[in-house]
Design a protein around this ligand. Structure first.
Ligand SMILES: [Zn+2]
Length: 255
């Protein structure tokens, strides 16, 4: 009898801990490409994206744009942020109609040296949105963020190279009068490992007005954000099943 009561108590405490673990958390999803001819680590099909957004709405998640994230004073209840890295043409051609249909919004992080060109860092380079297309994006659906100028690994750059790359990233938006949110996504999710270089990078970001930066990490974020330059995103892959997606959204990574 004592064992049963003890067991039930442990179960109740565990359930309470599980519920608490998800309270007041901010979820950020990271997408790259949308393509109906394949599914891979960086590519989902339109059917998958549609299923994802349908699932999120059904579960009562609220889509929050990064622009609105800056203005939030209270914790987001079930808030979820969608992001697309690299500004692929397929984000506009294939993702946009689905986002619109579900009244969702997303941030596209742009590596500015490659705008209108192709993703030369990919195994197979794919077309990227030109300036005019970026300028004409539906502002109710997309906002634009910073993804470095040259899409190099920030873990490998010197302090000078890093500062210069950030400066040119922002300058591109200014030169082309493109509106952007002062949020940055690290190429490859990579930041300097060395403490001093990391601190230097964050100081430079702060001086330049960048107040949020996104890595990968696959965890949910506490709200308010305690580490605004280390915001974690959940890596969404076309190779995942819908059940895998649901699990990732709920918990971040498998634990
Ligand atoms: Zn990228």
């Amino acid at each position: 009898m004592v064992l049963i009561i003890g067991g039930l108590l442990v179960l109740a405490l565990f359930s309470f801990w599980l519920v608490r673990k998800q309270d007041g958390k901010l979820r950020v999803l990271m997408y790259h490409k949308v393509d109906d001819s394949r599914r891979d680590m960086l590519t989902v099909t339109t059917e998958q994206l549609d299923q994802h957004l349908f699932y999120l709405r059904k579960r009562g998640y609220d889509f929050i744009s990064i622009r609105n994230l800056f203005n939030l004073s209270s914790p987001p209840s079930n808030g979820i942020v969608l992001t697309f890295d690299d500004a692929y043409v397929n984000n506009l051609e294939l993702a946009y109609p689905i986002l619109k249909k579900h009244e969702a919004c997303a941030t596209i992080f742009v590596p500015t040296a490659y705008v209108g060109d192709s993703s030369q860092w990919d195994t197979k380079a794919e077309p990227l949105l030109p300036v005019e297309a970026l300028r004409n994006l539906d502002p109710e659906v997309f906002d634009l963020g910073l993804h470095s100028h040259t899409h190099r690994n920030y873990g490998d750059l010197s302090e000078e190279a890093l500062e210069e790359d950030l400066r040119r990233n922002i300058q591109f938006f200014r030169d082309h009068q493109l509106p952007f949110v002062p949020a940055f996504a690290y190429p490859y999710g990579s930041r300097p490992k060395d403490k001093n270089r990391k601190k230097f990078m964050q100081q430079v970001m702060s001086q330049m007005g960048i107040s949020m930066a996104f890595r990968i990490g696959n965890r949910l974020n506490n709200w308010p954000l305690s580490k605004p330059y280390e915001i974690q995103r959940i890596d969404i892959r076309g190779t995942d099943s819908l059940e895998d997606f649901a699990w990732k959204v709920k918990w971040g990574k498998q634990f």
